[in-house]
Design a protein around this ligand. Structure first.
Ligand SMILES: O=C(O)C1=C[C@@H](OP(=O)(O)O)[C@@H](O)[C@H](O)C1
Ligand SMILES: C=C(OP(=O)(O)O)C(=O)O
Length: 434
């Protein structure tokens, strides 16, 4: 699918999409909890749909009640299949694998697209220490595992991704870990762990004590997961990661009003607000709406080590900011859907924006004029969205190749831009839901 963006001003009001980080965690927690969980505002991105398929393969019953309600019934983890596909979701595979490892039977865990080349060797090192037999494809997919995982004191490395820790925390809670500590060295993306602990608490699971993100202690009291007749309701949060593209679009080509973003959320990408405040756009943050429009945009400095998904929208923003913007955290980008520092450099280079990479720093030379160009998503949803947003005030039209990559996190992205008045033409629209 190809998308063409004609430079356009945008205006009006839009709701941010559902957060896939919140939705996938809710699916995992609803699987662990024994009883009925009602999920409101469920997401429908490819990663969300993959999470729903995984929990069904693990024995949960999922029923759709209208567009906005999912009912999940679970009796706890009991594999109904011996093969599970996590789609293209890094969080999916890293969070669900330890949960799947609670089964006693052999299960093959697989994925698709960029997930097949992302590192999973964490599991080769860690799962055997917890009593799980694992065979991977040299640290990549597929994984063949045989549990059951037994929670034990363990030390892990958190520098590559927080997602492995999210999986262990969920699995330890599911297995009623008692008087057990997970020690974590050099944890990155810390706010994502806050979100994990928040969802665990919202679903009534046993929540460990967070000792300054260096150790997570499951206390002495046993909190075995009992079947409950009480229905639990969880509302999936609006997505600050997808919302960041809307906010930047507003700062470049607005004014617009964005609803559905909770300013009290633990989501890492809420940090976009700091960059927006620093760059000089016109922004008003209220509890139920954010109003945002262009101002005299100037370069800013930003530490994205703990919120790596903000790089793409920040680069789109920095392209329009006069001067040199410096963003820290490049090392966090190597193993995403693409090697994102390089793909941002390449694709924004086609649009006339110079990006330099110096160790952990990304340096964006902004305010030099953005040129419409033929760019490519590089199979990465956030690259497609960053280019689309940058195209809104470019000189000339922009064509985005393999634009359907957005389906991984934000399938309504182009239609939301259209709703805000942008001229976005979509060729081969049927590919939107490929
Ligand atoms: O837990 C999550 O929902 C996520 C954690 C982050 O990954 P890392 O912990 O690997 O940085 C982020 O990049 C990813 O998009 C979603
Ligand atoms: C890297 C991402 O997701 P995941 O790691 O869950 O695939 C992302 O959404 O940008």
């Amino acid at each position: 699918m190809q998308v063409e963006i004609t430079p356009s001003g945008i205006q009006g009001e839009i709701y941010a999409p559902a957060s896939k980080s919140s939705m996938q965690r809710a699916c995992a927690a609803a699987l662990v909890r024994k009883g009925t969980s009602v999920v409101l505002n469920p997401g429908h991105s490819n990663d969300d749909l993959a999470a729903l398929r995984v929990i069904q393969a693990m024995g949960a019953l999922v029923q759709q009640k209208g567009d906005d309600i999912l009912v999940i019934n679970s009796n706890g983890i009991a594999a109904a299949a011996d093969e599970v596909n996590c789609g293209e979701s890094g969080l999916g595979i890293r969070m669900f694998s330890p949960l799947i490892a609670l089964n006693t039977k052999n299960i093959r865990i697989n994925g698709e697209g960029s997930l097949t080349t992302r590192p999973m060797d964490f599991f080769d090192d860690t799962l055997p220490k917890l009593g799980v037999t694992i065979q991977s494809n040299n640290g990549k997919l597929p994984l063949n595992i045989k549990g059951p995982l037994q929670p034990k004191n363990i030390a892990i490395d958190g520098s590559l991704s927080s997602q492995f820790l999210t999986g262990l925390l969920m699995a330890y809670a599911a297995a009623d870990a008692t008087d057990v500590t997970i020690v974590v060295h050099n944890l990155k993306s810390k706010p994502y762990i806050d979100l994990t602990l928040k969802v665990m608490s919202d679903f009534g699971l046993k929540v460990p004590e967070n000792k300054n993100y260096e150790a997570f202690y499951f206390g002495k009291d046993s909190v075995a997961i009992e079947e409950t007749a009480e229905t639990l309701e969880y509302t999936v949060e609006g997505d600050w990661s997808g919302g960041a593209f809307l906010l930047v679009a507003g700062a470049i080509a607005g004014p617009i009003r964005i609803k559905g973003l909770d300013v009290f959320s633990t989501q890492a990408d809420k940090a976009i607000l700091q960059a927006l405040m620093d760059c000089g756009c016109v922004i008003s943050v209220q509890s139920d709406v954010i109003e945002i429009g262009p101002g005299k945009l100037k370069a800013f400095q930003f530490d994205a080590n703990d919120c790596p998904d903000l790089f793409p929208p920040l680069v789109a923003l920095a392209s329009y900011c006069e001067g040199t913007t410096v963003i820290e955290g490049v090392e966090r980008l190597t193993h995403k859907e693409s090697n994102r520092a390089l793909t941002l450099q390449d694709e924004f280079g086609k649009m006339g924006i110079v990006i330099e990479l110096q160790d952990n720093l990304m340096i964006v030379k902004g305010g030099t004029g953005v040129q419409g160009a033929a760019v490519h998503s590089r199979h990465d949803h956030r690259i497609a969205m960053a280019c689309a947003v940058a195209a809104l005030r470019a000189e000339g039209n922009t064509h985005i190749g393999e634009a359907q990559a957005i389906n991984k996190s934000y399938p309504d992205f182009y239609t939301h831009l259209q709703k805000l008045g942008a001229t976005v033409s979509i060729n081969n629209k049927s590919a939107v839901h490929e």
